[in-house]
Design a binder for this molecule. Sequence first.
Ligand code: SF4
Length: 211
Amino acid sequence: MDDAALSQQIQQGLYKIGMVLRAHAWKEAYGSGLSPTQGAILAALLWEEEGLSLKEVANALGIRPPTASDAVHTLVSKGWVTKGADPEDGRQVRIRLTPDGRRVAGEVVQWPEIMAPTLEVLSREEKVALLRILLKMIRSFQEKGQISPARMCLNCQHFHPHRYPGTAQPHYCAFVEAPFGEGDLRVACPDFQEAPPQRREEVWSRLGWRP
Ligand code: SF4
């Protein structure tokens, strides 16, 4: 199979998995009296301790800001999210889950329930390889401005790749002051602190993950 045909097969595979996840999320959202967009917003906020701006919500879902604004307005009226001033920029609004919203979001996001048995067919090596692939893909979406920067190690001020080259735990997290391996890279970390763009580029170069 040549490279183009292989890429096409991967695209079809990702599309099928995406369809399963979307259908499942929609079913859960519908059962909670939510539209799929409202359910997706609750899900996006579930992993964001600091909340999201309206623009970040729209970016995360790939929808227009007015559509995101309408859905957020409905969620506020249901008491599931709040809109408050951003402590770092008073002109910005941060959208956060209320305790009730967090409970509903937890019900909506049942992906682990259907994904966990599926992931168990993969070996440890395959899971580590898949994590690397996902991180590369998330970064690519991010670089094109299609999603907002994820709270992942690759974007984090505390991340020091390959500080201990040639070891099983080559990377270092300055927040927990400990080395860690590739299988411990985080996709959504509560201790994340965003690194400036130049540092993110340096990290990317040092990782050596370019094709
Ligand atoms: S604080 Fe979290 S995101 Fe940052 S390097 Fe450590 S584990 Fe990774």
